[in-house]
Ligand binder design. Structure first.
Ligand code: ATP
Ligand code: MG
Length: 510
């Protein structure tokens, strides 16, 4: 057969580039190649450096059953041998010098002829095209020469298809991330702040003042008081609400990664920095960055942060050109930063920069009026989450326990407690009787049970009053100075009422 090589090259190139979908392109080429070669199968193999193996990523065949993606491990020696191959070569089952024989059973060489085209891009071997025909010695040296003419288009097509595959994969991950994060943001933006008109009134007033501005905000408060919730509220009430809201937990990033994580790095800045990377500050451009647990920031990163706050400019690790950023900074900590400054564990200049608009979140024990509405909120919220149609009520007497508890873990502790309690008392009233044992008596500072006008039911008020009187009466109900006497009711009436309200009594209960 007389072959016009230019025509052959043109046609193969067109076909192998006809689709980014590897199989489709390969099938197009396969059909055409069959007119010039004995051909029953075509395989596309890539050399996987990480696996030390060949991965058969595509297979086109005349017959029906096509191989799944396969991995063929390479014996020692074969790898180097392959890397010396530039031109197409024949693989003969009988040739003792041929290294590929060592994997012959794996690739089912017996009874077939293989013609292999190594695929190189610049100085890198990326894989092989393997043409296979049934029977021995099917390929001639003319076949080898002809195939050599199309090694470049095959190599480029394979490289492009691989790059495309990984881009599509990345894109899908990103779309997925994005969808997830948007949902997450919406959920948080919609989160209600309970107590905004009572215990957190001052806090919310400050939020309203500062949100529209660009000021750095410092949120301080014990763990679980709602710092993150307030940071969200500030961002979503600010003109930056449509920009990114990037959260960084300064305590959660390994110390050796923190600079590059926050400020990014240039390619080659350190071992492992194979590509340039934008840090979280750059990602927050046009929006807000929330630096949670700012007290955990190591000294080196403190210096860099100071520069950003001073100049709205940053330098990537290993970079030398400043990059300007338009960001708003909200920082939070449960630590006493001022104390850390005096112990030289936190830079004083940075503290001044951060402390321009401090907002302090009071602990729950200092805003007991928020406890009943928070309870209602979490009971409703958690019930909905758990698919409980009618939220359970609070057993008589329980609210009293809740009010007198010290809440070292603040609102988060309450949230978790409610969840546990709903699970424990599925269907029934919430009693919170573990709380008594857990910590009512070791309640923290500010444990005052009186003095607050609370929106509680009459039963609650009565239960709590009876308890207090019982305490005064040393647990006695009868007799002079006993609870019934002090309350000026009949002892049996009192017992009946206590039973109804769920107050246990007796000396053991004191
Ligand atoms: N006023 C509130 N109204 C409703 N939910 C609240 C309120 N305060 C806190 N929460 C909820 O309590 C949990 C803890 O709040 P958040 O994460 O904001 O606390 P934090 O101060 O950041 O705590 P930590 O210092 O431990 O990180 C969250 O689930 C939050 O939604
Ligand atoms: Mg937090």
């Amino acid at each position: 057969m007389v072959i016009n090589r230019d025509e052959f090259f043109r046609e193969v190139t067109l076909r192998i580039c006809s689709s980014l979908h590897l199989e489709t392109a390969l099938r197009n080429a396969f059909v055409y190649l069959q007119t010039y070669f004995p051909l029953d199968d075509i395989y596309l193999d890539i050399l996987d450096q990480n696996l030390g193996a060949i991965r058969r990523i595509a297979h086109i065949a005349t017959h029906e059953e096509m191989a799944q993606e396969e991995i063929v491990p390479l014996p020692e020696g074969l790898w180097e041998w392959m890397h010396k191959k530039r031109a197409p070569f024949l693989v003969l089952h009988t040739d003792p010098k041929n290294y590929i024989r060592s994997i012959a059973p794996l690739i089912k060489l017996k009874g077939n002829s293989d013609l292999v085209l190594p695929l190189w891009i610049e100085e890198e071997m990326i894989g092989f095209l393997v043409m296979r025909a049934k029977g021995e010695n099917r390929y001639s040296s003319e076949h080898v020469d002809l195939l050599a003419t199309v090694s470049e288009p095959f190599a480029i097509a394979l490289a492009n298809a691989l790059a495309h595959q990984s881009l599509v994969k990345y894109r899908d991950t990103l779309i997925d991330d994005n969808r997830y994060l948007k949902k997450e943001l919406l959920a948080q933006a919609g989160d209600e702040i309970v107590g905004g008109n009572s215990g957190l009134r001052n806090v919310m007033e400050m939020v309203r003042q500062v949100a529209p501005l660009n000021n750095t905000v410092l949120l301080m408060g014990e763990t679980g008081t709602g710092k993150e919730l307030v940071a969200n509220a500030i961002h979503f009430a600010s003109p930056r609400k449509d920009g990114p809201f990037i959260k960084v937990n300064c305590g959660a990033i390994p110390i050796e990664l923190i600079d590059s994580e926050l400020f990014g790095h240039e390619r080659g800045a350190f071992t492992g920095a194979i590509a340039e990377k934008r840090g979280r500050f750059e990602r927050a451009n046009g929006g807000t960055i929330f630096l949670d647990e700012i007290g955990e920031l190591p000294p080196q990163a403190q210096v860099r942060l100071l520069r950003v706050l001073q100049n709205r400019e940053l330098e990537r690790v290993g970079g030398n050109k400043p990059i300007s950023v338009d960001i708003r900074v909200i920082a939070a900590t449960h630590r006493n930063l001022e104390g850390m400054v005096s112990e030289n564990r936190f830079r004083e200049d940075l503290w001044f920069r951060l402390n321009v608009f401090p907002i302090i979140l009071p602990p729950l024990r200092q805003r007991k009026e928020d406890i009943p509405p928070l309870m209602r909120y979490f009971i409703a919220h958690k019930s909905r989450e758990m698919g409980i149609a009618v939220p359970p009520g609070i057993a008589p007497g329980a609210l009293d326990r809740l009010m007198n508890y010290g809440w070292p873990g603040n609102v988060r502790e309450m949230e978790n407690l409610v969840e546990r309690e709903i699970i424990r008392n599925r269907g029934g009233q919430l009693r919170f009787d573990t709380l008594h044992a857990e910590g009512a008596d070791k309640a923290g500072p500010g444990r005052d049970s009186g003095g607050l006008e609370l929106a509680v039911s009459l039963d609650e008020a009565m239960a709590s009053h009876i308890r207090r009187v019982l305490k005064i009466a040393d647990g006695r109900i009868n007799g002079p100075g006993g609870a019934a006497d002090l309350l000026k009711i009949n002892a049996n009436t009192l017992r009946g009422r206590m039973k109804k309200l769920g107050i246990s009594y007796g000396r053991d209960k004191r």
